[in-house]
Design a protein around this ligand. Structure first.
Ligand code: FDP
Length: 341
C-alpha cells in the first residue's frame, strides 16, 4: 500500500522557507501570503467572469501601454494594491496597469521590499474563457527609506529575491521561486487553499514545443524567420525532428505549459515593435528567474534577460524563454547573424 502524501499549503511551505533563515523577520513570509490572498480573490472573480455581465469586456479606457483596459485588469490591479504590504514591508509597488510606481505607507513596517507585477496578463483572452495569469517579482530596497528612488525600483532581474506567477486556468495554480527551487501549488476550490502539487519543478533541457505569434513573420528579421523555420523542420541540418507549435497568446499559460513539457516561447522584435512587446520588470525578468531556477534560460537574443537593467518601469525587451538548449541555440544564431562568433 502506498503511503498517503502529507498535504502542504502554500503558507506552510513559505513558513518552512522562513525557518531556513533563522534571522528572518517574517516580512517576506507575510508578503508572499499577501500575494496568495490576492490571488485567491482574483481567481474567484476570474472564475465567474462569464456570469457577471458587469465585469466582462473593456472599460473603454486605454492603459499606459496603449492597450484597452479590461474591467478585470482594473479589478485585479486594485486587489493586489490593497492586499500587498499589509505589514508595511513594501515601499514601492509597480504595476503594468499604472504609469507610475506607487510609494506605499511604511510607517508600520520596514518597507524592505519592492514589488512589480502584471496583475492580469493575457487579458485580451478574458472574454473567451482562455487562461490568464498574474506575474510578480520581488526586489529588496537598496537605499534608506527617506532616499527611495530609481536605484531601488529599477533593478536587474538577477537582484530578484523571489518571483512567481498565478495561472487562472482549468485550475488555479501558484508557482514561485525564492531561490530554492520552483514550486507549484494548485488551488483546491473546496477549501480555498493552494496545495503543493508540483515540488521542485525541473524543465526539460530541450524543447518539444515552440510558441510564437507567427502572424508577425513578415515583420521579423531574416534570422528570426530562419530560427522559427528550423524549429519547424528540425534544427541545423534539418534532419532532426521538428517541434510542434502551441501559442495561446497568454504569456503565463504559454510559459507554464512549456515549463512543464519542455518548450521555447519567443516574442521577437518586429519592424513596428523593435523592442518587442513584453515588459522587462513585470513579465520577462520574473519569468526568467523562474525559468533559470527550473534549469531553463531566458534571453533577449543577445544575453541573459536577468542581466538587463531597466531604463524605466515599463521598459520592453525581446524575449526567448524556456528550455535551456533551445534558447542558447537561438542566442547563438542571432549572434552569428550579427557577425559574432
Ligand atoms: P495581452 O496583450 O493579451 O495582455 O503581455 C501581454 C500579452 O497578452 C501576453 O500575455 C501574450 O503572450 C502576448 O501579449 C500576446 O501578444 P500578441 O497578441 O501580439 O501575440
Amino acid at each position: 500500500m502506498t503511503q498517503p502524501r502529507n498535504l502542504q499549503t502554500i503558507e506552510s511551505h513559505i513558513l518552512d522557507l522562513q525557518r531556513m533563515h533563522p534571522s528572518a523577520s517574517g516580512d517576506f513570509t507575510g508578503l508572499l501570503n499577501d500575494i496568495s490572498l490576492a490571488a485567491k480573490i482574483v481567481s474567484q472573480e476570474v472564475n465567474k467572469a462569464g456570469l457577471a455581465e458587469e465585469i466582462l469586456g473593456a472599460t473603454g479606457e486605454v492603459n499606459v501601454q496603449g492597450e484597452a483596459v479590461q474591467k478585470l485588469d482594473e479589478f485585479a490591479n486594485n486587489v493586489f494594491l490593497h492586499c500587498i504590504g499589509t505589514r508595511g514591508q513594501v515601499c514601492i509597488m509597480g504595476s503594468e496597469e499604472l504609469a507610475d510606481p506607487v510609494y506605499l505607507d511604511t510607517r508600520e513596517g520596514t518597507g524592505r521590499y519592492i514589488v512589480v507585477l502584471d496583475p492580469l496578463d493575457g487579458s485580451s483572452n478574458i472574454d473567451v474563457n482562455v487562461s490568464v495569469g498574474t506575474i510578480f517579482g520581488i526586489w529588496r530596497r537598496q537605499s534608506s527609506l527617506d532616499n527611495l528612488g530609481d536605484s531601488d525600483l529599477l533593478q536587474a532581474g538577477n537582484e530578484l529575491v523571489a518571483a512567481g506567477y498565478i495561472i487562472y486556468g482549468s485550475s488555479t495554480m501558484f508557482v514561485y521561486t525564492a531561490g530554492h527551487g520552483v514550486h507549484g501549488f494548485t488551488m483546491d476550490p473546496g477549501i480555498g487553499e493552494f496545495l503543493l502539487s508540483h515540488e521542485n519543478i525541473q524543465t526539460p533541457f530541450r524543447s518539444r514545443i515552440y510558441s510564437v505569434n507567427e502572424a508577425y513573420e513578415p515583420s521579423w528579421s531574416d534570422v528570426v524567420k530562419d530560427i522559427v523555420r528550423q524549429f519547424k523542420y528540425g534544427r541545423d541540418s534539418g534532419n532532426g525532428p521538428g517541434l510542434t507549435a502551441r501559442y495561446i497568446g497568454s504569456l503565463v499559460a504559454d510559459f507554464h505549459r512549456n515549463l512543464l513539457k519542455g518548450g521555447i516561447y519567443l516574442y521577437p522584435p518586429t519592424t513596428d515593435k523593435p523592442e518587442g512587446k513584453l515588459r522587462l520588470m513585470c513579465e520577462a525578468a520574473p519569468l526568467a528567474m523562474i525559468a533559470e531556477a527550473a534549469g531553463g534560460y531566458a534571453s533577449d537574443g543577445t544575453g541573459p534577460v536577468l542581466d538587463i537593467k531597466p531604463g524605466h518601469l515599463h521598459t520592453r525587451v525581446p524575449l526567448y524563454i524556456g528550455s535551456r538548449d533551445d534558447v542558447l541555440w537561438v542566442e547563438k544564431k542571432i549572434s552569428e547573424a550579427e557577425g559574432g562568433i
